[in-house]
Design a protein around this ligand. Structure first.
Ligand code: AHR
Length: 500
């Protein structure tokens, strides 16, 4: 069995892991909101004021820090006033991006804020630039955040919320380079400035305004957008607090559940590519913003497999296997290692769409392997990321005759009080890997281990077998203060140490 070493460099702190790096995203798309989160009060499916009880309870456990809504592409065709007031009077609109479904607007601003309250998370509203106006968006901000006696604040009170919602995170459009208006960076820059001018901080709620970043790692978009924003005004960053890139690592192989070992490695390698995005985007941002007042976000990320036969391809429903779990773990570990460079990240999407953490069908729900990774990684939230050195033989593979390699082990570590959390991915499809874990001479009073793994690389949960794959609690061998551990093939492990 090959040997490896993991050194935790306790005296090399990176930054606190903002809980927002574990954010989620929900769009009016297929079964994400309608059916996945929301069934309505009159549904036979058990619900709390219209929100599915099973999903709500499962999500609470993840301590979701922030939830982005209502899109996605849907956001730039969404008019917030359609989703307030008595539900019977709300208009029925066509969801032109996602299958021409009729959207009844039963789940609107108040329902979303109620969901966030139940989950204990911050709301992140994506505003409409594509088909909206600065006036429409500034009114939404006032409706949500103004405490005194304006007409919009009165409407909010009549609709059940006398207290302002205090929404801090606002996206100024979505994917401005594509479904958000097909802008070039300069034209979007001009739109951004115009919208941001009117998005004001009402007392008690300073806004965090988020501009649309690039499609993947495109330095050109970021540089041209920031140059436009900077032009003519030395205080350019006055009304820009974040820039949100999107990173979909895509797929490899014929489907979510059918792939060979090379395609397994290919997808994990693509997931690891998010590291290059973080480094390069931050470098471009630093040219304009050396003090890093503008945060880098990745407000959509995840796997995106080919359409599932028998499902509407525009509903983006996909199964979620152990491979997706490792892709999620590699991505979250990368975020932790770059905690000093990232302000927020949101996986796409919460339920039934793309790399979902829950799948529902009628009154049944399953937790996906990706859910289990978020659950395992949750204790990293708020911990201080410290540098970790991994020494392990790289994995060599080929994609269409091109030789490639993937790190033999990867992960992240964080410390909170005297508790050290170490998460580790062994991406090898067949080989376990024994590693020494060097804790920089610290002794341990308690250790715990949880592992997500399976002999079948495509292991997944179904409505008939909802617990086919889930983490197991295992014993960790510690002898004379030395920690040696065999990381199983194709695994995600969480090790927890209480340091003396
Ligand atoms: O998450 C699905 C879609 O992917 C979103 O609507 C869009 O922003 C992105 O292209």
């Amino acid at each position: 069995m090959p040997l490896a070493k993991i050194s935790i460099l306790l005296d090399e702190p990176v930054a606190v892991i903002r809980p927002e790096l574990h954010g989620q995203f929900a769009e009016h798309l297929g079964g994400c909101v309608n059916g996945g989160l929301w069934v309505g009060e009159n549904s036979p499916i058990p619900n709390f004021a219209g929100l599915r009880t099973d999903v709500l309870n499962a999500l609470k456990r993840l301590r979701i820090p922030v939830l982005r809504w209502p899109g996605g592409c849907f956001a730039d065709d969404y008019h917030w006033e359609d989703g307030i007031g008595p539900r019977k009077d709300r208009p029925r609109r066509v969801n032109t991006w996602w299958g021409m479904d009729v959207e009844d607007n039963a789940f609107g601003t108040h329902e979303f804020l109620m969901l966030c309250r139940h989950l204990g998370c911050q709301p992140f509203l994506a505003g409409n630039v594509g088909t909206g106006s600065p006036r429409e968006m500034r009114d939404w901000v006032e409706y949500c955040n103004f405490a005194n006696d304006s007409t919009l604040a009165r409407r909010r009170a009549q609709n059940g919320s006398p207290q302002p919602f205090g929404v801090r995170y606002w996206g100024v459009g979505n994917e401005a380079w594509g479904c958000g208006g097909n802008f070039c960076p300069e034209d979007y820059g001009a739109q951004y400035k115009r919208f941001a001018t009117y998005l004001r901080d009402f007392p008690g709620t300073p806004l965090f305004l988020i501009a649309c970043g690039p499609d993947g790692n495109k330095p050109d978009w970021t540089r041209r957008f920031l140059r436009k924003i900077a032009s003519g005004d030395a205080r350019f960053n006055y009304r820009i607090h974040g820039l949100g890139a999107h990173y979909y690592c895509g797929t490899a192989g014929p489907s979510a559940t059918e792939f060979d070992a090379n395609q397994w490695y290919e997808l994990l390698h693509k997931a690891a590519g998010v590291e290059q995005l973080i480094r390069e985007q931050r470098t471009v941002m630093d040219e304009f913003d050396p003090q890093r007042k503008i945060g880098l976000l990745i407000d959509e990320w995840g796997t995106w497999h080919f359409p599932t036969p028998g499902r509407n391809p525009l509903h983006l429903w996909q199964q979620n296997t152990l491979r997706d779990a490792l892709a999620a773990a590699i991505t979250l570990d990368t975020f932790h290692r770059h905690a000093d460079q990232l302000a927020m990240a949101n996986i796409a999407q919460l339920a039934n769409v793309l790399q979902a953490v829950v799948l529902t069908e009628g009154d049944r729900m399953v937790l996906t392997p990706t859910y289990h990774v978020f659950d395992l990684y949750q204790p990293h939230q708020g911990g201080r990321s410290v540098r970790v050195a991994f020494e392990a033989p790289p994995i060599r593979f080929a994609v269409r005759d091109t030789a490639m390699q993937l790190a033999g082990l990867s992960g992240s570590a964080s410390i909170k009080g005297n508790v050290l959390i170490l998460t580790v991915v062994n991406p090898h499809a067949t080989l376990p890997l024994e590693a020494e874990i060097d804790l920089a001479g610290r002794s341990i009073s308690r250790a715990a281990l949880n592992v997500l793994s399976d002999e079948d690389l495509a292991a997944h949960n179904t409505f008939d077998q909802p617990n086919r794959i889930k983490p197991s609690e295992e014993a960790l061998q510690i002898e004379a203060g030395e920690v040696w551990h065999v990381f199983p093939a194709a695994s995600v492990s969480r090790l927890e140490f209480e340091l003396d």
